[in-house]
Write a new protein. Structure first.
Length: 70
């Protein structure tokens, strides 16, 4: 539908109907955002390469050495 035609139709509506149209547009916009957020779920492996661990990351900590010697 042509935007100009749509605007002309909207402009010819009484004020109370204009408010209903705006409310409906807001409803459709929020539904669209919800649908898009459902489709953007993370996929397995999508963060690959984003994080790196330093060498020795899983080595025992000096602070807990006395507990691990038992």
């Amino acid at each position: 539908m042509d935007n100009l035609l749509l605007y002309k139709k909207f402009a010819s509506l009484p004020e109370n109907f204009k408010k209903q149209v705006v409310d409906f547009i807001d409803l459709l916009t929020s539904r669209d955002k919800k649908e898009k957020s459902k489709n953007n779920k993370a996929k397995f492996g999508s963060a690959k390469g984003m994080f790196t661990l330093k060498p020795g990351f899983d080595e025992p900590l000096e602070d807990f050495k006395e507990y691990s010697d038992k």
